[in-house]
Ligand binder design. Structure first.
Ligand SMILES: Cc1cc2nc3c(=O)[nH]c(=O)nc-3n(C[C@H](O)[C@H](O)[C@H](O)COP(=O)(O)O)c2cc1C
Length: 167
């Protein structure tokens, strides 16, 4: 897949088939995430892979997007390691770049995925459930699966609306 094509055709996928996701594909997504840029190359990202169905169901109860997690085959919780951080804004920017790389990798592998942020309202409960220390700050949960046959659409502001000026 051409890189620009991948960027333009990736969509948030919220409906999945029952087909499990290959472990190799999950690792590939994480590997792509770790090739994101980070300030001072400090690589502050950490990951938890969740495949266990009972655990996915428990995780799903912590967000109003319950159905998406229930229907997904795997999730990856993305964390920032607070001990590895050196600058709030820059470390969070790095995590955003990491997550975008992961979504694009999923797309390139023929998987569907969606970045779930609402679940951050229950970060403490997610950490308890996954038995992860408070030194790890939850940044997102990515729900992953094989896309069900539904057309996902999205739109963007016209480019002329977002360019403030050209000098
Ligand atoms: C920080 C962030 C948080 C998000 N949280 C959620 C969420 O909790 N639930 C959800 O269904 N989608 C969530 N999304 C996905 C957005 O709704 C989606 O990216 C946006 O509508 C554009 O659609 P597209 O990804 O298909 O281009 C989130 C995206 C970002 C970047």
């Amino acid at each position: 897949m051409d890189l620009l094509d991948g960027i333009y055709t990736r969509r948030s996928i919220r409906y999945f088939t029952d087909e499990p996701v290959d472990k190799d594909h999950l690792i590939e997504m994480i590997k792509a995430g770790t090739w994101a840029p980070s300030g001072l190359n400090n690589q502050p990202w950490r990951f938890v892979i969740i495949n266990d169905r009972a655990m996915l169901i428990k995780l799903s109860s912590l967000t109003k997007y319950k159905r998406i997690i229930e229907e997904s085959r795997s999730c990856i919780a993305v964390y920032v390691d607070k001990k590895a951080m050196y600058n709030d804004v820059k470390d969070h920017q790095a995590i955003g770049a990491c997550i975008q790389n992961m979504l694009l990798a999923a797309h390139a592998l023929g998987l569907g995925s969606v970045w779930l942020g609402e679940i951050l309202n229950k970060s403490d409960s997610v950490n308890s459930l996954l038995d992860i220390s408070d030194e790890m700050g939850l940044m997102a949960v990515i729900a992953i699966g094989h896309p069900a046959d539904r057309k996902a659409t999205s739109k963007r502001r016209d480019i002329s609306e977002v360019i403030l000026k050209e000098i």
